[in-house]
Design a protein around this ligand. Structure first.
Ligand code: SF4
Ligand code: FES
Length: 224
């Protein structure tokens, strides 16, 4: 395909959608893919490009050896073409209840200030756009293992750092340490290398393990 300038794969996919033809030049259906923002924000356009994991909207065509092979991620069901179903990832994130319980209507208008050090620690983790690439890149996320992967665990960690209710915090700690949780992580770090939002996942996973274990031991000896 001919193109001008330095397009991204996302802009080429959009161009193909304008006049989709097959290799014989006959009209065909357009390629389905999941992007909507074109700014690496919505998390919908994760794909494999020549065997590496990329967001179509910020992968420059010139970075890849031609012919460029574009495929959907492999660990999620394919809806069509490059469009994948991320329901399992969203379900695994919800499993940890990564939200705070309001303690009254007053909470709606009152946001307690965060300690700046805590803010610095957790802000980068809030940039996850739930694209699924960290799970795709992780050898521990596979059909034989219940491991939920980096994105759900870091979402859990993020809310855990702000949780004030002891019971909710301990319930979440037990989930983090339980089936599919941090104990299944091998700390290989593929998640961090592949993450298109550059989240410090390897450090976060180590901290999740450390802090959850410490808080469980503290609870066991001093609070139960
Ligand atoms: S942690 Fe990174 S790779 Fe994983 S889902 Fe979030 S943005 Fe994608
Ligand atoms: S189109 Fe939204 S992240 Fe790529």
């Amino acid at each position: 395909m001919e193109y001008d300038g330095e397009p991204t794969l996302g802009s080429l996919l959009l161009k193909i959608q304008e006049n989709p033809i097959n290799r014989n030049g006959e009209p065909t259906s357009p390629v389905a893919w999941g992007g909507s923002c074109l700014e690496n924000l919505c998390g919908g356009c994760a794909i494999q490009v020549n065997g590496t994991y990329k967001m179509a909207c910020n992968a420059l065509v010139k970075e890849f050896k031609e012919p460029i092979l574009i495929e959907p991620l492999e660990k999620f069901p394919v809806i069509r073409d490059l469009l994948i179903d991320l329901t399992s990832l969203q379900k695994d994130i919800r499993y940890f209840k990564p939200w705070k319980k309001l303690d009254g209507y007053s909470s709606l208008n009152h946001f307690p200030e965060l300690d700046p050090n805590l803010w610095e620690e957790i802000y980068p983790l809030s940039l996850c756009h739930q694209c699924g690439i960290c799970l795709e890149a992780c050898p521990q996320v596979n059909k034989r293992s219940p491991f939920k992967g980096a994105a759900p665990l870091t979402e859990a960690f993020l809310i855990q750092k702000k949780e004030k209710l002891k019971k909710r915090k301990m319930d979440r700690t037990l989930k983090i340490l339980g089936k599919g949780g941090i104990g299944y992580c091998d700390f290989v770090g593929n998640c961090e290398t592949a993450c298109p939002r550059h989240l410090p996942l390897a450090r976060a996973m180590a901290k999740i393990s450390q802090e959850s274990t410490r808080s469980y031991i503290h609870h066991f000896f001093y609070e139960s």
